[in-house]
Design a protein around this ligand. Structure first.
Ligand code: ASP
Length: 344
């Protein structure tokens, strides 16, 4: 009996990676993946079955919407049994948000979902897209003892494989566009792909469960010196608001003004969830470490430890959408459910 070839489904959503120069006009137009093997004959050297699925409407990821996350999760669900791994080609601008969201939406994921993109279009000579694309396929296909080596949602960019829900886009120009400030790399890529297996989630062999009931009544308030009562009050008064991510200073600190703490306290008493996430790209919220976070702790602001804003946003959308009771949700916001935070 011949063993079946390892198979990878490449899902193309848009972004710079999929652009190429039109031979007539010289303008950037979406790359035609239907004849990818002619444009990139090197793909034939992989001993894998590689199929392509293109979104009907290709988008710059700044136009990404949760409805696209849902579409993406459904495409993965529909094809889950037919492929060993998935590569998602996505614009880099909001890739960290989509990768975070998918990590929550795909419960019991036991196969790789590798997001990649590029800073220069595929059709440009010095593109970083070609290497990102080929290595992502190799990572999505990588197995050991018939099991996927990376059974989680990850981002591969410029020689680094990172847990998706730990990433943030931090550079608009350099090829290494992403940082995973609070979690080590899942793999380092040079001549060899060196997987850091102890950092990678272990498969749980349970059936994939796809969650698409997201609640969008969540917003973000970034603190800055001089933030006014008007801004804070009006944000808290948004009709239907269920959760607010408070982007705080340093280890979770905020102004101690009476009006400020008073407004938040009233909103929490009214049922709003306030989730404290640091503005720093690395390090953790430690409520009560400084006097400037004691007040927040006292009124019931929930500490997000070292979660990223991108991850906090989709975790809240997911938990609220799933309709967890408030107490359980508060517990889940303070523990990792997809490897998105470190609690010490
Ligand atoms: N604006 C583009 C996008 O996010 C940039 C990129 O692809 O990296 O779709």
């Amino acid at each position: 009996m011949t063993e079946e070839k390892t198979s990878v489904l490449v899902i193309y959503t848009g972004g710079t990676i999929g652009m190429t120069k039109d031979s007539l006009t010289g303008a950037l137009v979406p790359f035609d993946f239907s004849n990818i093997y002619e444009q990139m004959p090197v793909l034939k050297n992989f001993d894998y079955k590689i199929d392509f699925h293109s979104f009907e409407t290709l988008i710059d990821s700044s136009n990404m919407k949760p409805s696209f996350w849902i579409r993406l999760a459904e495409i993965i669900e529909d094809n889950y049994e037919h492929y060993d791994g998935f590569v998602v080609l996505h614009g880099s601008d909001t890739m960290a948000y989509t990768a975070s969201a998918l990590s929550f939406m795909l419960e019991n994921l036991n196969k790789p979902v590798i997001f990649t993109g590029s800073q220069l279009p595929m059709g440009v000579i010095r593109t970083d897209g070609r290497e990102n694309f080929l290595t992502s396929i190799e990572i999505a296909a990588a197995k050991e003892e018939s099991m996927a080596i990376v059974p989680e949602v990850a981002i591969y960019f410029e020689n680094q494989l990172m847990r998706g829900n730990r990433t943030t886009k931090f550079n608009a120009e350099r090829f290494n566009a992403f940082v995973s400030g609070n979690y080590p790399l899942l793999a380092d890529v040079g001549v060899h792909i060196r997987f850091n297996k102890s950092n990678i989630l272990k498969p749980n062999f349970k059936k994939l469960k796809v969650h698409t009931r997201l609640d969008f009544n969540v917003t973000i308030l970034k603190l800055f010196p001089g933030i006014s009562e008007n801004i804070v009050k009006n944000t808290l008064a948004i009709p239907g608001l269920k959760a607010l991510i408070l982007e705080t200073f340093g280890s979770g600190n905020a102004p101690t003004d009476e009006w400020f703490i008073g407004c938040l306290e009233e909103a929490i008493k009214g049922g709003l969830i306030i989730y404290n996430v640091t503005q720093c790209k690395s390090g953790s919220v430690e409520l009560g470490k400084y006097a400037t976070s004691l007040g927040l702790e006292r009124i019931g602001v929930i500490g997000g430890f070292d979660i990223t804003t991108e991850s906090a946003l989709s975790k809240l959308m997911y938990l609220i959408g799933e309709g967890y009771p408030k107490d359980r949700m508060i517990e889940l916001l303070q523990i990792p459910i997809r490897g998105e935070m470190t609690v010490e």
